[in-house]
Ligand binder design. Structure first.
Ligand SMILES: [Ca+2]
Length: 252
């Protein structure tokens, strides 16, 4: 389809306008290109401006910027996990003694102890009639107690069967003569008792002693210094007695 007259006139007008714009732009172009190589004279004569090119590609990323200023202090964080148990510390100094506690409950009754029978030794004897023979053991034949038979009525001697401490005593009725008796241990006189008789009277003589005896020791009473001191007397209503017993066994 052929262009109309109006369209031809419009195209001519645009062409003229483009030429005018080129003429106005030439002087500034010459100034901007003064650094480059000079164009050949006459080569640009009659040039017309082209259409704008496409935008170039993006450049490579620039370098990292400088560090920023420190920010504000943050909030306190949550507590951490419990750590492992530490080593045992050194022993501390001993504290002061505490107050006294309440009394405890009584303990149970103990088991029966060893029989004390084996540690028994005792006798108590008396005269049945006056002594007629001096300087020999007095034979007390009136038996008040002689459970263990450690006293021998046939000899008048006590025989120690249990080592220990013994107590001996005697009470003598004195009549018709003076009395001087001794308590013997193994043929040695240890204790003396002397009483002078007075006419028309009845006297008493007494003595007592503690002796430690070994097994086998013998103890007895005996009139000392002969017939003149043989006033040891006894009858139905007057007694002369001899007593001994074990106080503690094996006390050493
Ligand atoms: Ca007297």
């Amino acid at each position: 389809m052929a262009p109309t007259t109006k369209q031809r006139a419009e195209g001519l007008r645009m062409l003229l306008l483009g030429a005018l714009l080129l003429l106005l732009a030439l002087p500034s172009y010459g100034q901007d290109t003064m650094q480059g190589p000079p164009l050949p004279k006459g080569a640009c004569t009659g040039w017309m401006a082209g259409i704008p090119g496409h935008p170039g590609h993006n450049g490579t990323p620039g370098r990292d910027g400088r560090d920023g200023t420190p920010g504000e202090k943050g909030e306190k964080g949550d507590p951490g996990l419990v750590g492992p148990k530490g080593d045992t510390g050194e022993t501390g100094i001993t504290g002061i003694e505490g107050p006294r506690g309440f009394p405890g409950v009584p303990g149970r009754k103990g088991e029966p102890g060893e029989s004390a029978y084996v540690y028994r030794s005792a006798f108590s004897v008396g005269l049945e009639s006056r002594v007629t023979v001096p300087n020999v053991p007095i034979r007390f034949t009136k038996i008040f107690y002689n459970q263990q038979n450690h006293y021998d009525g046939t000899t008048g001697k006590f025989l120690c069967n249990i080592p220990g401490l013994y107590y001996f005593s005697y009470h003598i009725t004195v009549y018709l003569k003076d009395v001087k008796v001794s308590l013997y241990r193994n043929d040695k006189a240890l204790l003396f008792t002397h009483d002078q008789f007075q006419n028309q009277n009845v006297d008493q003589a007494s003595g007592s002693v503690l002796l430690y005896l070994e097994k086998g020791d013998q103890v007895w009473l005996q009139v000392y210094e002969g017939e003149n001191h043989n006033g040891v007397y006894a009858d139905n209503v007057h007694d002369s007695t001899f007593t001994g017993f074990l106080l503690y066994h094996n006390i050493e």
